[in-house]
Design a protein around this ligand. Structure first.
Ligand code: MSP
Length: 524
């Protein structure tokens, strides 16, 4: 049997600003990360998965002020909704980090001290543009013109002229090693995001302002009365905090450097330029990969915004369509790395065509026929060429193609190959017509139904990361033991024999994917 890779795997999402409630874009990232974490676990890896909220900075401070409350109060409430969202969507993080936590302040101050010890921090005066929405400094040359000649950031957010005393980080010192890093294959994906970052570094990097004095909602700069860290310095450090940094912990040894920082395309600069530079300065290993996924847009490709009234609450979608249907839709519909859009119609169409009518129906008719025509029992059987061809096709999709594509984060390709195998099974049912065989050749009917049973187990095991609840419900009904559902277990050919010997009998099967109806306009 192939050797299973049990090595540690550390995956993180961006930590979200809890200045409002989570929207479907946040859910998209959390779900994608959860699919990767589950996938790697099922491959045998020892996975650690971290997500959380990024609670400091001017954006949070201003939002709280607007609402006449403290930043901490706003953060407490909103962070709670992000955690609730993860829990409701079956996002199985190992730590939900909040940057207001004491260990995070300690970790941020520790990385600061290491950058200081490297001679990379100096005191000066910042004079330049800042976007509170992006929590980012911009050079004049990067600004674009908005309506009425207003200056906007490259992300089309307002900028304000800022003058204050600030600590600076010697970013310019890291130009060469950053270029080398950005050019190394695999570090930043998809590759299409690479050129923009390389061009940014090639233009020449200016030192980065890394502290603020005009407000105090942040991590205190060590040995300073009036400086708090620039929010991105502390935010990025969250990836280390969760492993126990600065202590020499087993988790640090096992899980750092991270295998994957999963983030959206708008924050690639922070993760592939600032963050590696901070780590180089602090003499810490660099993450192995940063993946900048695309944006999820509303119907018609519109950006979601409160003013357009098209912001969708992910929990409402999950309540309406089911958690697994939503998860499946997001991973299947959008080519990972590119932008995609969603609408209730698209979710219903996709879920009905592929989950209810194809996979769900295959499972339901196979199990029902075994239940009715074989009293739910299984017996040893001999396959013929046509059965072997089907099983070979299903095994290839489930054991090779889907895992290879998921390993490359090409989820929609992996699911598509899986769906082709589902179609092949449905075609086999139609061609073999077990309902006819029941009268003409009952022995052959048993072979056909059990061939399908074997195929279903492969299909259900393979798709677990995407639809964990539904796949588990199916495998439970089929009597596949909990501890025998990994990708490595797919290569175990004795499982069916063991079920037969254990005298397993199917109970009356329960459908797993109900057909969805499009709710009234008002409900979504
Ligand atoms: N707080 C920073 C990240 C700090 S990481 C050290 C931040 N927060 S955010 O709340 O604005 O965004 C959190 C994540 O959600 C980011 O990866 C961002 O790209 C992603 N998304 C925000 N809107 C999105 C969509 N509409 N679609 C997909 N992802 C989106 O940035």
């Amino acid at each position: 049997m192939a050797h299973t890779d049990t090595s540690p795997y550390y995956i993180t999402t961006a930590i979200s600003y809890p200045n409002g409630r989570p929207h479907i874009g946040h859910a998209y990232e959390a779900i994608a990360a959860d699919v990767i974490a589950r996938f790697q676990r099922l491959r045998g890896r020892t996975v650690r998965f971290q997500t959380g909220t990024d609670e400091h900075g001017l954006k949070m401070a201003r939002k709280a002020e607007e609402q006449g409350r403290t930043a901490r109060d706003l953060a407490d409430e909103m962070s709670g909704y992000f955690q609730e969202m993860c829990d409701a969507l079956n996002v199985g993080y190992d730590r939900f980090i909040r940057t207001v936590e004491a260990d995070h302040h300690r970790a941020s101050q520790a990385i600061w001290r290491r950058m200081e010890a490297a001679g990379d921090l100096y005191l000066d005066r910042y004079e330049g543009w800042y976007s509170v929405r992006d929590e980012a400094y911009y050079d004049e040359s990067e600004l674009v013109e908005g309506e009425g000649g207003a200056k906007l950031s490259p992300q089309n957010t307002p900028v304000e002229w800022t003058v204050e005393e600030s600590w600076f980080f010697r970013l310019s010192k890291y130009e060469e090693p950053l270029l080398e890093l950005l050019k190394s294959p695999g570090f930043l994906e998809p590759a299409s995001r690479r050129n923009e970052m390389i061009a940014f570094v090639e233009q020449g990097l200016r030192d980065l302002s890394v502290s603020r004095t005009s407000f105090d909602w942040g991590v205190k700069v060590p040995n300073s009365d009036n400086h708090v860290m620039y929010v991105w310095v502390d935010a990025l450090t969250n990836y280390l905090t969760g492993l126990g940094f600065p202590d020499d912990t087993a988790m640090m040894r096992d899980f750092w450097p991270a295998d994957l920082h999963l983030i959206g395309k708008d924050i690639v600069r922070f993760h592939t330029i600032y963050w590696p530079a901070f780590l180089m300065s602090a003499d810490l290993p660099l993450p192995k990969k940063v993946f900048g996924h695309g944006f999820l847009l509303a119907r018609g490709g519109e950006k979601m915004s409160k003013s357009l009234g098209n912001v969708v609450d992910p929990l409402e979608l999950a309540n309406t369509f089911g958690i697994d249907a939503l998860r499946y839709f997001l991973l299947r519909e959008v080519a990972f790395g590119q932008d995609g859009s969603y609408s209730p119609e698209a979710i219903v169409t996709r879920a009905n065509a592929e989950l209810a009518n194809s996979f769900g129906n295959l499972a339901q008719r196979t199990l029902s026929m075994i239940f009715k025509n074989m009293d739910g029992t299984l017996e040893a059987f001999e396959t013929s060429d046509v059965d072997d061809a089907l099983l070979g096709e299903v095994a290839d999709a489930c054991r090779n193609v889907l895992p290879d594509e998921f390993e490359k984060l090409a989820f929609s390709n992996g699911i598509e190959a899986w769906m082709r195998a589902v179609y092949a099974c449905n075609q086999y049912v139609d061609e073999q017509a077990p309902w006819t065989l029941k009268k003409t050749d009952p022995e052959r009917m048993k072979v056909v139904l059990q061939t399908l049973f074997v195929a279903l187990r492969d299909l259900a095991v393979a798709i677990q990361p995407v639809v964990p609840e539904k796949a588990a419900a199916l495998l439970d009904q089929m009597g596949v033991p909990q501890g025998q559902r990994s990708y490595a277990d797919l290569a175990d050919t004795q499982w069916f024999q063991r079920l037969v010997e254990a005298g397993f009998a199917l109970q009356k099967p329960q459908g797993i994917f109900p057909r969805l109806e499009l709710p009234d306009e008002a409900e979504v």
